[in-house]
Each structure stands twice: as structure tokens, then as C-alpha cells.
Design a protein around this ligand. Structure first.
Ligand code: IPE
Ligand code: IPE
Ligand code: MG
Length: 256
């Protein structure tokens, strides 16, 4: 049972109400570069350390039974970073996917990717495709990596798909609705985001899941950079989510 006041003597995980879990958590994993700088290291060092935090988030979600986790891994805008950083991240991505697949599989995790896959280097794309295929029948957490992703890109590609269908007389304009539009987004049938977390201290969405987060609860974890994130932070975030009143336009009395 969740309580209004966090009981310090009981582990946060035990205070999470398993009947009121967010179905879909999205995380903006921010602060790798600043974390590295704080230790006098290169930015890429921060990205390396971010992998441990990803493991914590994934396994924390598995422990409490979260169904969908979408991680902002590389945005469309991130291509504008210095080439040395972009190359470093892409190499790290290919290597990490390759190394982490057995562990993901062991944890019954199904891997997915959203974003403009064609813009990724061949090696990274190949590793991702192998991993997606290898884990496709897993039934636990669906882990979705947003790679070369932006919310505006996603909406545009859905709009193009609709335009094509109309042009081919496969769809009538009257049949366009929220549900069908949502199913054409890269997240397909994934439920909308319930909880969006951002580490690192900035308070913005940075072109993440714009449509899918229309009613997400936003949680900014300002005190930590992404490499410092662990499963206790995840449990804390879920607990905080459960204390919020989601009204979806109704009055407080209506949703009580
Ligand atoms: C997030 O950390 C990771 C990526 C965007 C790839 P940053 O690299 O943005 O770290 P800061 O925000 O500069 O500290
Ligand atoms: C958002 O972080 C993208 C990822 C975490 C992958 P950024 O660090 O790129 O965001 P802005 O540009 O500072 O908003
Ligand atoms: Mg950043």
C-alpha cells in the first residue's frame, strides 16, 4: 500500500503500490558530460558510466513489474555535437548492445528501437537488429531505446504514412483519429507515457515523446547526473508518481 508520507524505516521499494504502477516510464538520461567534467574526465567517460545506470533502471523496472521503459539515448539534435563525441557514442552503442544482450535476455527483456535507424552507422544498426530479433519473444519489460529520435520526427513520419494511405485511397480523412494516429507513431501500440523522468537539472522535454507524453507526470531529478542514477532512484520516482493526483481534465472531486 502506498502512503502519503514516506516511511523511512521501510525500503521505498516495499512502499510502492503494485496495483498502481505507471505502465510506461520514459527517461531523459541527462548529465553524462557534466558528471565526467566534475571528475576532470572527458565527456565520453560519462557516457561509459551511464551504462551502469541503464542497467540499474532496467533491472529496477523488472523488479517491480514495469511493462514499458523508453530511454532517450541519442536525439536527432545530438548529431550536431562534435564528431569525436558522436563517433564515441556510436561505438559505445554497438559495443554495449553486443555485450548486454545475454543479460537482457536472462532478465526476459524485449528490446526495441525507435528513431531514424537508417541514420545510424552500419555496425550499430546491425547489433541492434540482432538484439531485437534475439529478444523478440521475451515477455517481461519492453525496453525501447530512442536513437536518432525526436518527437517532431516521429509525428512527421506518421503524417507521411497517413498522406500515403490517403493518396492510395486506403484511408478516408474522416477516419483519422487519435487512436489511429498514435498507432502510426514509432511507439505503435505502446501505451502513452505515464511518468517522464529527467536527470541532470534541466527542466525541458528536448523534443522527446511529444505526442506520447501529452499527459505524462513530469519528474525532474535535479540532484543527480545520469551516471549516478540507481534502482533506488527509480523506486523513489515511482513512489512519487503514486502520490500525484492525475485528473485528465476532470476535477479533483471527480477522480477521488
Ligand atoms: C546525456 O548526457 C547523454 C546524451 C545526450 C547522449 P549529456 O551528454 O547531454 O550530458 P550533459 O548534459 O552535457 O552533462
Ligand atoms: C536530451 O539531452 C537527449 C538525450 C538525453 C539523449 P540533451 O543534453 O541533448 O538535451 P538538451 O539539448 O540540453 O536539451
Ligand atoms: Mg545534456
Amino acid at each position: 500500500m502506498s502512503q502519503n508520507v514516506l516511511d523511512g524505516s521501510v525500503a521505498i521499494k516495499e512502499q510502492i503500490d503494485r496495483d498502481k504502477l505507471p505502465r510506461h516510464i520514459a527517461i531523459i538520461m541527462d548529465g553524462n558530460g557534466r558528471w565526467a567534467k566534475k571528475q576532470g574526465a572527458m565527456r565520453i567517460f560519462g557516457h561509459h558510466h551511464g551504462i551502469k545506470a541503464v542497467r540499474e533502471a532496467v533491472e529496477g523496472c523488472g523488479e517491480i513489474g514495469i511493462r514499458f521503459l523508453t530511454l532517450y539515448t541519442f536525439s536527432t539534435e545530438n548529431w550536431n555535437r562534435p564528431k569525436i563525441e558522436v563517433d564515441g557514442i556510436m561505438q559505445l552503442l554497438a559495443k554495449t548492445i553486443h555485450e548486454e544482450v545475454p543479460r537482457l535476455h536472462e532478465n526476459n527483456v524485449r528490446l526495441k528501437v525507435i528513431g531514424d535507424r537508417d541514420s545510424l552507422p552500419k555496425r550499430a544498426r546491425q547489433k541492434l537488429e540482432d538484439a531485437i530479433d534475439y529478444t523478440k519473444d521475451n515477455t517481461g519489460l519492453t525496453l525501447c531505446l530512442a536513437l536518432s529520435y525526436s518527437g517532431k520526427w516521429d509525428i512527421i513520419q506518421a503524417a507521411k504514412s497517413i498522406a500515403r494511405q490517403i493518396k492510395n485511397n486506403e484511408l478516408a480523412i474522416e477516419d483519422i483519429n487519435e487512436e489511429m494516429f498514435g498507432s502510426l507513431l514509432s511507439t505503435e501500440e505502446t501505451p502513452d507515457v505515464d511518468l517522464m523522468i529527467r536527470t541532470g537539472g534541466d527542466h525541458r522535454i528536448s523534443n522527446y515523446l511529444l505526442w506520447q507524453s501529452a499527459y505524462a507526470e513530469l519528474l525532474f531529478m535535479d540532484d543527480i547526473f545520469w551516471p549516478e542514477f540507481d534502482r533506488e532512484h527509480l523506486f523513489e520516482a515511482v513512489y512519487t508518481f503514486q502520490q500525484r493526483e492525475r485528473r485528465f481534465g476532470k476535477t479533483g472531486e471527480q477522480v477521488k
